[in-house]
Ligand binder design. Structure first.
Ligand code: GAR
Length: 195
């Protein structure tokens, strides 16, 4: 892909991974890319204010009470209107429809708080503790029709301690998520420029 990479970030909540990506673009760590819009499927997502404070356009598109395809259609239209050509899910807690995935072939990324394919789905950190995992971590992957099952782009491991709680393990993983997501997007954008 030639030209500017325009990133749309989808969130549902706190948005700390979104902030990490925005800051990486604003610091020049991802040359030739910019965040075009942050969309939330939850009107009250704290990440919306965090994005606005950083000068990013925000767009709440509420999902409650709507069919997945109708909601996704509106999100895809909003992304396309803004010229988005790379979509980053950042704590977006909704599975995408096949229509959404087909609208951005190989151009949708997700970050997940485990070493996939272990512990897909909700509460990945709790699952890791419940299984007695000694190592966990985070994964950036392409989004396809499977739940957290698309091809892996990058991973980072963290140790799990005997006395970890969901909170302590989540915090250790989250610090790595922030670095890893920005790194993975930077390397993808670099590859785009070579094409
Ligand atoms: C992050 O830990 C992210 O990996 C996870 O939700 C959290 C969102 O935090 N995502 C998933 O579990 C997706 N299956 P954030 O809103 O502060 O980025």
């Amino acid at each position: 892909m030639t030209g500017q990479v325009r990133i749309g970030i989808l969130i549902s909540g706190r948005g700390s991974n979104m902030v990490a990506l925005v800051e990486a673009m604003q610091d020049g760590r991802v040359p030739n890319a910019q965040v075009a819009v942050v969309i939330s499927d939850q009107l009250q997502a704290a990440g919306l204010a965090a994005a606005r404070e950083r000068g990013i356009e925000t767009l709440p598109i509420e999902r409650d009470g709507r069919k997945r395809v109708d909601h996704d259609r509106e999100v895809v239209a909003a992304l396309k209107e803004r010229g988005v050509n790379l979509v980053c899910l950042a704590g977006y807690m909704r599975v995408l429809s096949s229509e959404f995935i087909a609208a951005f072939p190989n151009r949708i990324l997700n970050i997940h708080p485990s070493l996939l394919p272990s512990f897909p789905g909700l509460d990945a950190q709790r699952q890791a503790l419940a299984h007695g995992a000694k190592i966990s971590g985070c994964t950036v992957h392409f989004v396809d029709e499977t739940l957290d099952g698309g091809p892996i782009i990058a991973q980072r491991a963290v140790p799990v301690s005997e006395d970890d709680t969901v909170e302590t393990l989540s915090a250790r993983i989250l610090a790595q998520e922030h670095d890893l997501y920005a790194e993975a997007v930077a390397s993808l954008v670099k590859d785009d420029r070579r094409e």
